[in-house]
Ligand binder design. Structure first.
Ligand code: SAM
Ligand code: SF4
Length: 468
């Protein structure tokens, strides 16, 4: 397939980003406080305001910004954390991305493409752990079957059942597609299509993508336009932090969001914030050229929460448990748990670390993460209601307005959490989870509390998959 570059639009304006960054360096504390006050109105921020917040170095101002991020997170998302697991189906790849262990020229990696039976074996393990949402991930090479391989993999995931469990939402993170292929992906019943630009800086992009189709910056940066044209209205974007200056990337991401909002009336459903981790056969991943510090990483999460209040922020197990915990209150709304990043990793089909994409930072099981999250006062949510009820794209964003989201999501989070606790949790985790659920049921106000109590008691009476 030849990329149709004529149809691409150029919405990343590097000159403008440089000007905005330069202007923000002269911001007074009064201006910073003005921006923080605006963010507290839950209306989001413009690029120049994002730039002002990125320049904060004073610890008191930083604390004020973090407090605002906690406020916005709480107003919109409450204490829910949606949980998912990645499912790597294949680690073959035709590209040469210098940060990734899957790159074509890496001879240190064991290659594997899961067969339908192997996919089902991995999925069964995940179902038996209690997962309901998966993120299908793959390198960019599907031998013999081409893109059909991915469509069949999705079918296999949805068809796999174990006991009373099943996967109810499959999101995907796979190489950019044509509009026709996106239509087929939508037909297959995916939730979110996710893809990271890696870096929005053209020169850096050209340097780190050495060979293969991924070298084409425009084909990648326009991918969400094609997905949306094909009717996929939940799309997830992201940057691979560490390749280039994080401040540039944040403003470029704002331009991307603005472009999608202008053209399609809806921005990204989620934003991911992966930092580069060590990867077998990659010296760049060992020493990222623009490594992001833990302090700056927290700033990134908080600023995103303030800038795009209704968009989900995803935190993967690339990060260790402490970093993950620190970002929950600053704005993260979705987390992966118990992850493996090698094909067949859950069913332990053989290759272990030799087939991994990168080194994970959080090795805890789903059960341990659920216990930790509940003990910290967050509700682990396995809810998949929105997309199954057609609440996607602009409809979801409208619903995400404070008050409305709480009406649906808070009860659903509790009922899906109870389903997990009854079916899959260890006794210690069940205790921590029940304590949290009971507290939430007692304190949730009015009609939302009533709905939550009804849903949870239906689950307690052994009903499954109940939601509003
Ligand atoms: N192959 C497709 C692509 O590159 O877009 C989709 C899947 S790729 C396996 C998923 C993501 O992993 C990439 O977009 C990249 O951001 C991330 N990744 C690659 N190497 C990484 C590393 N060393 N540390 C952290 N994340 C990495
Ligand atoms: Fe292949 Fe994606 Fe890894 Fe690049 S990031 S080498 S395209 S799997």
């Amino acid at each position: 397939m030849k990329p149709d570059t004529d149809k691409t639009t150029r919405f990343i304006d590097e000159g403008r980003i440089a000007e905005t960054l330069a202007a923000a360096r002269r911001s007074s504390p009064a201006r910073v406080r003005e921006v923080i006050a605006k963010a507290r109105q839950l209306e989001g921020l413009d690029a120049d305001e994002v730039a002002v917040l990125m320049e904060i170095s004073d610890s008191a101002l930083l604390e004020e910004m973090f407090a605002a991020a906690r406020f916005v997170k709480d107003e919109i998302y409450g204490n829910r954390l949606v949980i998912f697991a990645p499912l790597y189906v294949a680690n073959l790849c035709k590209n040469e991305c210098s940060y990734c262990a899957f790159r074509a020229g890496n001879t240190e990696l064991k290659r594997r493409t899961l067969t339908p039976d192997e996919i089902a074996a991995d999925v069964k393990v995940l179902i038996d752990q209690g997962h309901k949402r998966l993120l299908l991930v793959s390198g960019e090479e599907y031998p013999k079957e081409g893109f059909n391989y991915i469509l069949k993999a999705i079918d296999t995931i949805y068809a796999t059942k174990s006991g009373r469990g099943e996967i109810r939402r499959v999101n995907v993170n796979i190489a950019p597609l044509t509009v026709d292929q996106f239509k087929q992906l939508k037909e297959a019943g995916i939730g979110t299509y996710q893809l990271f630009q890696e870096t929005y800086h053209r020169e850096t992009y050209a340097k780190v993508h050495i060979a293969g189709a991924k070298k084409n910056f425009d084909w990648r940066v326009n991918v969400m336009d094609r997905a949306m044209e094909a009717g996929i209205d939940d799309v997830g974007i992201g940057v691979l932090f560490g390749l280039y200056d994080w401040k540039f990337e944040m403003l470029a991401m704002q331009q991307h969001i603005h472009h999608l909002e202008e053209k399609f009336g809806v921005g990204p459903h989620t934003i991911s914030v992966p930092r580069i981790e060590p990867a077998v056969g990659s010296s760049l991943a060992e020493r990222p050229p623009h490594a992001v510090s833990d302090d700056d990483f927290k700033k990134i999460v908080a600023i995103l929460r303030l800038a795009v209040p209704y968009t989900g922020i995803i935190m993967s197990t690339r990060e260790n448990a402490d970093t993950r915990r620190a970002t929950f209150q600053l704005g993260v709304s979705q987390i992966s748990a118990g992850s493996r990043c090698n094909p067949g990793g859950y069913a332990e089909l053989g290759d272990g670390h030799d087939a991994e994409q990168f080194q994970l930072g959080d090795h805890r099981s789903l059960d341990e993460v659920v216990r930790d999250v509940a003990s910290l006062g967050y509700t682990p949510s396995f809810c998949t209601a929105c997309y199954r009820l057609g609440r996607t794209g602009a409809d979801f964003m409208d619903l995400a307005k404070p008050g409305l989201i709480k009406e649906h999501c808070s009860p659903n989070a509790l009922s899906s959490c109870m389903e997990y606790l009854m079916g899959y949790a260890s006794s210690e985790t069940r205790q921590a989870g029940e304590k949290l659920v009971n507290h939430e049921l007692k304190t949730m106000p009015g009609s939302i509390g009533k709905t939550a109590n009804e849903l949870v008691s239906r689950v307690r009476k052994n009903e499954r998959d109940v939601f509003v």
